[in-house]
Design a protein around this ligand. Sequence first.
Ligand SMILES: *[C@@H]1O[C@H](CO)[C@@H](O)[C@H](O)[C@H]1NC(C)=O
Length: 330
Amino acid sequence: MVEIAPFNVPLPRRAQTLSVFLWASFLPICLTLFLLCLTIPVLWPLLIIYLIWSYFDKAPRTGSRKSEWVRRLPLWRWFVDFFPLRVIKEAELDPKHNYLFGYHPHGIIAVGAWGTFGTEGANISQLFPGLNIRLLTLDSNFNVPFYRDLLMAFGLASVARKSCNNILQKGPGNSCMIVVGGASESLTAFPGTFNLILKRRYGFVKVAMRNGARLVPVLAFGETDVYDQVKSKPGTWLHWIQHKIQAIFGFTTPIVIGRGIFIYDFGALPHRRPIHVVVGKPIEVKQMDNPTNEDAQVYHEQYMAQLQEIFDKYKDVYAPDRQSDLKFIE
Ligand SMILES: *[C@@H]1O[C@H](CO)[C@@H](O)[C@H](O)[C@H]1NC(C)=O
């Protein structure tokens, strides 16, 4: 039996589902809009100008084009209340410094990072006054017409090294958030688990050192709960295909099961399950122009230790029904 939404779902809950649906449709909406424009010849000159302009536009790597108006739309408050998504902070962050936040785990698509840092739905600017935080995403997202501009309105910028450097050099308070585990971590994201790919990821620590930015570990409880994923065991054809696709194209293809708008058992929307985003304490690093992995190691260890501390402090409150504990798998 399929579980179908009852007719008497209260309006606020309908609004929450609408906002999540809209968010999940950003890419298809932008692509459809672009294709639609292509079918209208009078628009071609404008499209050509737009495409040339976006080709030369440096904004994805120089701090994006944050629109406070877009970020503060009531839609995103509904989005945050859908799960609900809540932020817990372990320390105040002095806006005299710059910060590099690392978000863990990636989950299927880092919904929690988007909701808390890509919008004002969870009041992130009030929680950390004076900080201008950009959520960083794959550079290739900024090659998609219209979508690129939409992402930038939310303050998203490219995760390319040059982009991080540019943001962290913009003056006090300018900060960025990297979802360190990246797409490979999404293949390990099963409900109730906390599998992190972090042990050999020194790059983000070195970026912080090069720019004298402080590292802030962020651990999200529930990020892996909002989608169910079909397990692909090593040796199965699904596992083989997924790893081939990742090797060739760079992106991963987890087979996810979310919910629909009116159907609760199946669909592409995330499930209504709580996410608690714990923002840790800042780790001061030594400023160095060319840090090596060995130089980064000491901070990398402190960083992993703090993630473990946060996990132990909150695991029984926010993940009492977990399948497994925090694991640094790679
Ligand atoms: C954000 O702030 C508004 C107004 O100050 C408040 O009503 C709302 O509950 C806050 N949202 C969250 C998620 O804390």
